[in-house]
Design a protein around this ligand. Structure first.
Ligand code: ATP
Ligand code: MG
Length: 560
């Protein structure tokens, strides 16, 4: 491709510009990126940004992208996460180069590099306790103090490090530290810990290791071993970059990837950290990692989001260098735009009210044709049954309507979508409660299909189902999981205090067209109600459960 401009004609973001320049100048012939999740939770929409960036630039610049599990913390990691992460990356539409990689595959090499650092006099075994290490580190305004173990001889360090590895020393008693500069303005360079003793089994290496390398040490070397050219990470690693570079420079590695930081994605009305998401799962505040209200990839998938919508969202928010919070409405607009094109239309009445057409012949039924998509003829049409008894949406009728109400009311005429024009003539009420339970109408037989031969106008068109064949379906309506835009802002409160108690509403009395009894595996629009997706976990044949993916319009602002 022409590296001076993006494929879509938009100017390149600063990372793509760097990559384009590196290819132009011949610094690299082929670029290699990686997506490096820690397998300690499910991926969320923030990870999607990183996935779309790493796999995206590899695709655009004809390069490669690895999937590497950063599995250096055995106590928090699980194989289920490893599997779900791969599923999510694939679902988003990306495929990694060759086999999946694991940082743990490099444990032997990382150990050898640590030995090399000791031999170079650049690492030492330290016996300060974790608490003492913290004290000796100093603060942002005060330099740190050298550890009393800093000047230990190379041979002794090598022997102790070997003992650490053999499991001869107690957890927490010794660590291996880089020997850099305890007075550095960057705290990350004040002799950071490279290895700690952890007598914990690892999900891949089992009991073979008693010591585990720290993230910063592991990451740069793993990148180097894989020949990564551009190591893209989020801004919080900016202060770690000098350490990344120090390790590679000190070891004089044959390749030295360039770390470049970009701003993480923050979204309003949600939290993004896996630690917090885990807390919501373990505390049963949601129904699992893939709860459709969760902003995890698996939750979004279950809710009916499409990979195309998520990719488009990531593309459109762009890549920048300053942290910001994206409004949830931006994400919702993306899925709306995609589903508007893709979703077949159906009719479903969420809160039914019976409508009887008094002048329609008893026992008669007719088939009317309904379009599966109003603009796309190729999506075809389907027959639906029209009959004397129908159900309409309870809020499509009002006994005492205001001026701007254009739906059904006593004496008013509306169009039944794809059916006839009907006029309300009377209502039946529940004797005890006084609530309207049946609306009586007359229909105009000359208006089949919805238009009147005399050209008279009706303002309202409402959806309906026939009492003769409508089927019961369960509907779940979702609202934002949190009731404030930034649940983490007020540090005096727990983020869980801001959970929205009404984030899930289950409707069990909804009635739909009969074909929906078999849960479809494609997205739908229920006319006038939003986009819906049959829950793949909880739907059963004959008992569909529909999740509302998103409403038709952004109604959130109006609700507040
Ligand atoms: P969390 O804070 O949610 O636990 P993490 O950064 O610890 O996230 P990792 O598994 O280490 O999660 O992340 C894998 C990659 O995804 C990293 O490169 C990380 O920078 C990136 N990433 C994580 N969260 C976001 C986000 N909100 N926006 C963009 N990239 C992200
Ligand atoms: Mg992490």
């Amino acid at each position: 491709m022409d590296n001076s401009s993006a494929a879509n004609g938009k100017p390149l973001d600063f990372i793509r510009q760097i990559i384009a320049d590196d290819l132009q100048t011949g610094k690299h012939q082929k670029i290699v990126t990686r997506f490096p999740p820690e397998p300690n939770g499910y991926l969320h929409i923030g990870h999607a940004k990183s996935i779309c960036l790493n796999f995206g630039v590899a695709e655009e610049f004809n390069g490669l992208c690895n999937l590497r599990f950063d599995d250096t913390n055995p106590s928090r990691e699980e194989i289920t996460y490893v599997n779900s992460i791969q599923e999510d990356v694939r679902w988003l539409g990306f495929e990694w180069t060759e086999q999946v990689r694991f940082a743990s595959d490099y444990f032997p090499q990382l150990y050898d590099f640590a030995v090399r650092l000791i031999e170079l006099g650049k690492a030492y075994v330290c016996q300060l306790s974790p608490e003492e290490i913290r004290q000796y580190r100093g603060t942002l305004t005060e330099p740190g103090q050298n550890s009393p173990y800093r000047e230990r001889g190379i041979a002794e360090n090598l022997a102790l490090f070997e003992q650490m590895r053999q499991g001869e020393l107690a957890e927490g008693s010794h660590v291996l530290r880089a020997k850099i500069d305890m007075a550095s303005a960057n705290l990350n360079l004040r002799d950071p810990v490279l290895y700690r003793i952890l007598k914990v089994a690892h999900h891949r290496t089992g009991q073979s290791w008693q010591i585990y390398p720290m993230y910063d040490y592991t990451h740069c070397l793993s990148d180097m071993l894989e020949g990564i050219t551009h190591s893209l990470c989020t801004l919080e690693f900016e202060d770690h970059r000098p350490l990344y570079d120090w390790v590679l420079a000190t070891l004089q590695t044959p390749c030295h990837p360039r770390q470049i930081e970009f701003a993480r994605l923050n979204l309003s009305y949600t939290v993004m950290s896996k630690r917090k998401l885990l807390k919501m799962v373990t505390g049963s505040h949601v129904d699992g990692w893939d709860d459709p209200r969760m902003l995890t990839i698996s939750g979004l998938r279950r809710r009916g989001y499409t990979p195309a919508a998520i990719r488009s969202f990531c593309r459109n928010i762009g890549i920048g260098k300053s942290d910001s919070r994206i409004d949830m409405a931006v994400l919702e607009n993306e899925v709306r735009a995609d589903l508007n094109l893709k979703a077949e239309r159906r009719m479903c009445v969420l809160e039914p009210l019976k409508l009887v057409i008094d002048n329609y012949p008893e026992g008669r039924q007719e088939q009317v044709m309904a379009k599966n998509h109003p603009q796309n003829e190729e999506m075809g049409e389907r027959p639906i049954t029209f009959s004397k008894e129908l159900y309409i949406e309870r809020d499509d009728f009002m006994e005492l309507p205001g001026k701007r109400y254009h739906r059904l009311a006593p004496g008013r005429e509306v169009r039944l979508r794809y059916g006839y024009l009907v006029r309300c003539v009377s209502v039946d009420k529940d004797p005890a409660s006084g609530v309207v339970n049946t609306v009586h109408c007359t229909y105009d037989p000359d208006t089949r299909g919805g238009s009147a031969p005399d050209g008279r106008k009706v303002k309202g068109t409402i959806h309906w189902v026939s009492a003769t064949d409508a089927v019961p379906v369960t509907i779940r309506l979702f609202d934002r999981l949190f009731s404030v835009a930034d649940p983490e802002e007020d540090k005096s409160l727990d983020f869980l205090d801001h959970l929205n108690p009404a984030s899930k509403v289950v409707l069990t009395g909804a009635l739909a067209e009969p074909s929906l009894l078999e849960p479809p595996d494609f997205p739908l629009q229920f006319e006038r109600q939003g986009y819906f997706f049959a829950d793949p976990e909880e739907s059963r044949p004959g008992q569909p459960v529909f999740n509302r993916t998103v409403t038709l319009k952004d109604s959130w602002e109006g609700k507040q």
